[in-house]
Write a new protein. Structure first.
Lengths: 608, 113
């Protein structure tokens, strides 16, 4: 069996097993559940890596049921494997392995439903990555969503989870229905659902109001998943309440798949008709706003899981900036950044899970000094905090410096300081929490007015066990993830692969040719792969130094050098920003509608 | 047909408005379904042909002048997806009500900030 035939299996296989595990979970012993789920997601990861490796020489196009196109037209469903899709699949598989290893001892008492949901979630992500038509993307977007909403509500015994799941579910579904409206408009114009056929039908035509509106709706939908400001509100709520191992998948790959969807649809459908400027504007300015808002919100949190979630928002903004360049270097850098970030952030979420498991709290102030008895976890946490700020040679650093350089080449010189400062703020927040929790340094954090949001009432996902030693699997998973992030940064082969993946992802004509006419021969990579630059190295070191300084000042170890009026003005603007994150789904929906209007307007203004 | 497009737009906006102002979780979820029904209307009207018959081909004699079957199958899938999402969200809302004793999202302010 060749790899093209195996593509439907990485979608259908986990899905079938998910149903079986959920159905038979109550009679199967726990070890069978864990083994079947872990083997399945490992196989998904392996196939993802194979797809990424083999498709460098040409995209893998599989028309299901042999409904191959006749002279460029088919009503069949295509799955398209290219290096970026393969990489996304591998990432989701590997993160699922880490989550399942951690869960082995974390949840003492789960039946097959949890394992089934994880497998269904992975199936949704692989399907979305491979989908060659817009409706299939919508279906897998919703499958991914439904599994994710259920996983968020898995701890449905407490007040938090259902509500976080509700906000997440309502926002994402509203976004998905916008995608469906956009899809209907595009089908009306082009008579096609397949991305390549839509692109072929629109090529050479000036975009009119209908095409721009449809593009705006579809982009908005994927950006809701991609958590760009102002579509990001659901993310912190969902992460605050979802079980920690599930957060690894949410932050590490699900959110990033939203951005992947934007670039995939843009390349295939709109690249010729709308040109590069509209999508560039949306991703660049949206990304910059997201990086800043996420960083400021992240730094103001005492609830550790919300802090990590909001740092994901901030870094997502930087991924979007990398993609906005629409160059192989920028997209490849963003891909490496995503991989490096997934390892670091996954590791941090699992450490937060260990804290919750032992001390029944994820509140920075309540945990002050209590983590002294788990120094290994503390070391992992602090190292991950430095990596988040961009410590060379972690994957976060190399990816970020490639993004900075690509943006600089594209003329956005302000991206370098923005990226260094925002990631230093998120890293600084994590370091501050780590110094307080694991070393007991600095002053105990002041309690905020709203005790709930600081994680005071965060019920443990498992029941607190402060006396027991941290089980080995719960240490292996975060250490493994952090090591993987380091490996991403030091492997030059990955750098080359990422740039090649970026080139294929952004190649409009090649995609159409491969899907519609079966001719898959991408141009070989001609440009030299960007190496490690002095500027990148310096930016990484400056970012880390800044993060350490921020952590020292904010934890009370060092005196705050800012004059009092500046501090007061800063605190006031942060509190306004925090009030906007009201936790009310109605407010979030209003922001979504406003944001979709902004996306459509931006596209319209920047379109030729 | 053009009025169908207006209806679709109206349904989406009125559903979204309902979500924005709703003070009851069940109502919020029903409003989401209202917003979704706009996609049914839009898809069906996109595939509509004046004077077209049902797209059934077989033993019975039929004209080639039929409405578009593709959008109808999309609507089918859409209905299934929406039923799943609505059922799941309602289940979560029931859990939230059980735990906090209220349907009002304003009183479930645990996630603020």
């Amino acid at each position: 069996m060749n790899l093209t035939d195996a593509m439907p299996l990485v979608v259908a296989g986990p899905l079938v097993l998910a149903i079986l595990l959920a159905a038979a979970g109550s009679v199967l012993p726990r070890v069978v559940l864990d083994a079947v789920a872990a083997v399945t997601v490992s196989a998904v990861a392996a196939v993802g890596l194979l797809i990424a490796h083999d498709s460098v020489g040409g995209r893998l196009v599989g028309w299901q049921g042999d409904w191959t196109p006749k002279s460029g037209v088919s009503v069949g469903i295509a799955l398209v494997g290219d290096p970026m899709a393969g990489g996304a699949i591998a990432l989701s598989g590997l993160l699922a392995v880490a989550a399942l290893v951690f869960t082995w001892r974390y949840f003492e008492d789960v039946d097959g439903v949890f394992h089934g949901l994880v497998l269904g979630f992975v199936a949704g992500m692989t399907g979305f990555a491979l989908a060659g038509d817009l409706f299939t993307m919508f279906v897998f977007f919703e499958l991914m969503g439904v599994a994710a909403f259920s996983l968020t509500g898995t701890k449905a015994e407490e007040t938090g989870p259902p509500q976080g799941g509700l906000n997440f579910g309502i926002l994402n579904s509203l976004g998905a229905y916008l995608a469906l409206l956009g899809l209907a408009l595009l089908y009306a114009r082009t008579g096609a659902l397949n991305l390549a056929q839509m692109g072929a039908a629109l090529d050479g035509h000036r975009p009119d109001g209908l095409v721009i509106t449809a593009a705006g709706f579809v982009m908005t939908a994927w950006l809701v998943k991609g958590a760009l400001v102002p579509f990001h509100f659901w993310l912190a709520d969902a992460h605050a309440v979802a079980p920690s191992p599930v957060c690894v998948l949410f932050s590490g790959v699900m959110v990033e798949l939203g951005l992947y969807g934007v670039v995939r649809v843009h390349t295939a459908v709109f690249a010729d008709t709308m040109g590069p400027h509209p999508i560039h504007a949306v991703l660049l300015w949206g990304g910059a706003l997201t990086a800043v808002v996420g960083a400021v919100m992240c730094f103001s949190q005492q609830h550790v899981k919300r802090m990590l979630a909001l740092s994901t928002v901030s870094h997502t903004g930087l991924f979007a900036i990398g993609l906005s360049t629409l160059t192989p270097d920028g997209a490849g850098g963003a891909a490496l950044y995503v991989a490096g970030h997934a390892g670091v952030k996954g590791s941090l979420f699992l450490c937060a899970g260990i804290l919750l498991d032992r001390y029944r709290s994820v509140s920075e102030s309540r945990l002050h000094g209590r983590g002294r008895d788990i120094p290994l976890v503390g070391a992992v946490w602090l190292l991950a905090g430095l990596a988040l700020a961009g410590l060379p040679p972690f994957g976060t650093w190399i990816g970020k410096s490639m993004v900075e350089e690509a943006a600089h080449t594209a003329g956005a010189t302000w991206v370098l300081p923005l990226a260094v400062i925002t990631s230093a703020i998120t890293g600084g927040a994590v370091l501050r929490a780590g110094l307080r929790i694991f070393l007991g340094w600095g002053a105990q954090a002041r309690e905020d007015a709203g005790a709930e949001r600081e994680g005071e009432h965060e019920d443990p996902e498992t029941g607190g066990r402060p006396s027991r030693r941290v089980p080995v699997p719960m240490l292996v998973a975060p250490i493994g993830l952090l090591t993987a992030s380091l490996a991403v940064g030091v492997a030059p082969a990955l750098r080359r692969g990422a740039v090649e993946a970026g080139q294929l992802l952004l190649d409009h004509a090649g995609y159409l040719q491969a899907v519609l006419h079966g001719e898959s021969a991408p141009a070989p990579l001609t440009e030299p792969v960007p190496g490690v630059t002095a500027v990148g190295l310096a930016a990484g070191i400056v970012g880390v130094a800044l993060a350490v300084l921020l952590a020292a000042v904010s934890s009370g170890l060092a005196a705050n050098p800012l004059p009092r009026p500046v501090r007061r003005a800063g605190a006031e603007s942060v509190s306004v920003l925090r009030q906007l994150h009201s936790g009310r789904v109605g407010d979030y929906a209003a922001w979504l509608i406003l944001g979709s209007a902004a996306v459509v307007c931006t596209l319209a203004v920047a379109a030729p | 047909v053009s009025i169908a497009y207006l209806v679709a737009g109206w349904l989406f906006l009125v559903g979204a408005y309902g979500i924005v102002v709703s003070r009851d979780l069940v109502r919020t979820i029903v409003c989401l379904s209202v917003a979704q029904s706009s996609s049914y209307v839009l898809l069906l009207s996109v595939g509509y042909r004046k004077g077209g018959t049902a797209p059934v081909f077989g033993d019975i004699p039929s004209t080639p002048h039929v409405v578009d079957p593709v959008v109808q199958s999309l609507v089918f899938t859409d209905v299934v997806v929406s039923a799943t999402v609505t059922a799941l969200l309602l289940a979560l809302a029931v859990q939230a009500r059980k735990r906090s004793g209220t349907w009002d999202p304003d009183h479930l302010s645990e996630l603020a900030g």
